[in-house]
Ligand binder design. Structure first.
Ligand SMILES: [Fe+2]
Ligand SMILES: [Fe+2]
Length: 188
């Protein structure tokens, strides 16, 4: 792949990453925190990028003319998980990188079904959006989700999603540099 793809992604963050969707930090901060937590946990580069890009679907539809996206009130783009996957598929990323992005709302719905305390730990915004997203999974939906080949990876990234919400996190140039290099490298 090419640095053109990196440029496409960076341009979305540059134009729209400052947007705040109901949380106490903007999309860029949340995305960088997510990627760095995946790195700290020792996950491989595919999963680090998956974490970094999991909410790109909040930004990508804003770029499309005549886009059919709907908003979840102040909480961002409805189906942003699927929008993110659409973009990443278009850019040619691997199925394993894309799956946790595509599944991160389902993984929340799954965890709310499987683990009662998980719901209580969600931020207020995350609880609110759960309503838009269909609420906790049913047992049938959960069984189906467990059969997804990327189920485990999707749960790992979802857990990071909730951790990556420090309001006072400061983004540096080095952070952007790190993800830019990672994006270039994964495309080789
Ligand atoms: Fe999200
Ligand atoms: Fe998120």
């Amino acid at each position: 792949m090419s640095t053109e793809i990196t440029a496409t992604i960076f341009s979305l963050f540059k134009k729209y990453g400052h947007i705040v969707y109901g949380e106490k930090m903007n999309v860029s901060s949340h995305s960088i925190q997510s990627g760095l937590i995946a790195k700290e946990k020792g996950y491989d580069e595919e999963l680090i990028l998956s974490a970094f890009l999991h909410d790109i679907g909040h930004l990508y539809p804003l770029e499309l003319e005549d886009s059919t996206f709907e908003k979840m009130g102040e909480y961002g783009i409805e189906q942003h998980d699927k929008w993110g996957a659409v973009l990443l598929e278009k850019l040619g990323f691997s199925a394993r990188l894309i799956a946790p992005v595509k599944n991160h709302v389902d993984a929340k719905r799954y965890l709310c079904y499987a683990n009662k305390s998980y719901y209580n730990e969600l931020t207020e915004a995350s609880k609110q959006t759960l309503e838009y997203q269909g609420g906790p999974m049913t047992s049938e939906e959960a069984a189906q989700f467990e059969a997804d080949p990327f189920f485990e990876d999707s749960i790992l990234i979802r857990r990071i999603d909730e951790e990556a919400k420090a309001p006072d996190f400061v983004i540096t140039d080095e952070h952007w540099q790190y993800f830019s290099e990672l994006l270039d490298r994964i495309q080789e």
